[in-house]
Design a protein around this ligand. Structure first.
Ligand SMILES: Cc1cc2nc3c(=O)[nH]c(=O)nc-3n(C[C@H](O)[C@H](O)[C@H](O)COP(=O)(O)OP(=O)(O)OC[C@H]3O[C@@H](n4cnc5c(N)ncnc54)[C@H](O)[C@@H]3O)c2cc1C
Length: 385
């Protein structure tokens, strides 16, 4: 069963589908099929194709290179990219920093940073979380003290995705330790990853990944012109940014793609009514999620803005995707007990990538704000009303 879209939207869907089929670099496609790690150059190769087509930054305002698509077109675009086997958009510069600079940056900051973000020439990471300050982000302790025309930054960030290959980091720092409320003493700074005193240390993850890091800042000097928005007003930028981060995390396109993969891997097992019922249940839940997302888009939301709805989609989407991975692991059986090897043939490589994929999927309900915290936000927004 499928949801119905207008003929114009279906034509748009087809255009995106054709683009992915012809433009996704072969090397990236193969790595995706085999479940292999993508390096910065793989992601950039694909994002550059999107940039050349004018599709790299659909979430940005038109003035700065957005596409001006309707929310439904954006939904279809996200879906077709993943269904076509391309990597999802993980550039923090494109998803998070770009919208913040457009909304809060100076003209000079926009001109300096936005074009390089758009063509993926400069890679950014997000320095928000700290040890002890994840869900309770406003308790962060990294300090920035003004010294002439610089801030001097000291502290530690953690779980910084892709810091190992980033050129720059957008960062929350405490500029006023005596503010009335912790949120009021925070500023938003742009930091060069090559600045003296900045060190990156990788964190190994269960799935064998190496994309998470700790970032240590020891008397790092940051020019004052790298402050975004007003000093001590960084929380406003952060809240705006988190809405953009969460918007895409529901991953409806990803769930469809993984359900297709589940069906393909299951093959004859779909003849087993007990197993088939589990697959159908996930399909129905996904259909309900898609219908909900479209209903919210149709209700006049320009985009999935920070709101209880975004949290709701994030919780349901991530739980659903985790259930799909659980069932895929079951399908792979003993093969999934072996770690992927460089010389596996493509079919075996795909099966053996399922255990790392399953473990990797555990993070869906943590990043972008944990699902427990999203439930709190939903409760506050809906029950307190
Ligand atoms: C793969 C991955 C990538 C990430 N990338 C980045 C990044 O690039 N940049 C960055 O800054 N951060 C990043 N993060 C960090 C992420 O934002 C935090 O992990 C997340 O906000 C949770 O914070 P925490 O890990 O400190 O857990 P904690 O806040 O310590 O939470 C621990 C547990 O307690 C629960 N809990 C906490 N508070 C409440 C509450 N009030 N009510 C109910 N339950 C609660 C949580 O749900 C969780 O289960 C990433 C995380 C992951 C897993």
């Amino acid at each position: 069963m499928k949801l119905k879209y207008s003929p114009q939207d279906e034509a748009f869907r087809q255009e995106v589908r054709d683009f992915v089929a012809t433009e996704l670099p072969a090397g990236v496609r193969r790595k995706m099929q085999r479940g292999e790690r993508l390096e910065r150059e793989d992601l950039v190769a694909w994002y550059r194709r999107l940039y050349e087509k004018g599709w790299a930054t659909p979430g940005w305002s038109r003035e700065w290179g957005g596409t001006g698509w309707t929310p439904v077109q954006r939904h279809l675009f996200d879906e077709e990219i993943l269904l076509g086997g391309a990597p999802r958009m993980v550039s923090s510069g494109i998803i998070m920093l770009g919208p913040v600079l457009i909304a809060f940056g100076t003209e000079a900051q926009k001109r300096r940073y936005l074009p390089d973000i758009q063509r993926s020439a400069v890679w950014w990471c997000q320095g928000f979380s700290e040890p002890g300050s994840g869900s309770d982000l406003a308790s962060l302790r990294t300090t920035a003290v003004r010294d002439g025309d610089h801030y001097v930054v000291n502290g530690q960030k953690i779980w910084t995705s892709y810091a190992q290959f980033s050129d720059m980091m957008f960062c929350l720092v405490r500029t006023d330790p005596n503010a009335r409320k912790p949120q009021e003493g925070i500023s938003f700074l742009l930091i060069d990853m090559k600045a003296p005193g900045l060190t990156v240390r990788p964190i190994a993850t269960l799935d064998g990944g190496r994309d998470l890091n700790e970032v240590f800042l020891d008397n790092v000097r940051v020019p004052v012109e790298n402050l975004v928005g007003e000093e001590n007003q960084g929380w406003t930028c952060a809240k705006y940014l988190l809405g953009h981060e969460r918007g895409g995390i529901a991953g409806i396109g990803a769930a469809k793609q993984q359900l297709g993969r589940l069906r393909r891997l299951a093959g004859p097992r779909l003849g087993d009514p007990v197993f088939a019922a589990q697959v159908h249940r996930l399909e129905i839940e996904l259909l309900a999620l898609e219908a909900t997302a479209l209903r919210l888009l149709g209700a006049g939301q320009r985009s999935l803005a920070p709101a209880a709805q975004t949290s709701m989609l994030k919780v349901r989407g991530t739980e659903l995707r985790q259930s799909i991975y659980r069932l895929m692991l079951e399908v792979a059986g003993p093969e999934a007990a072996l770690w992927p090897g460089a010389h596996d043939d493509d079919a075996l490589a795909e099966l053996r990538a399922l255990a790392p994929d399953y473990l990797d999927a555990r993070k869906f309900s943590i990043y972008g704000g944990t699902n427990e915290v999203q439930r709190n936000l939903i409760a506050k927004a809906l029950l307190a009303a």
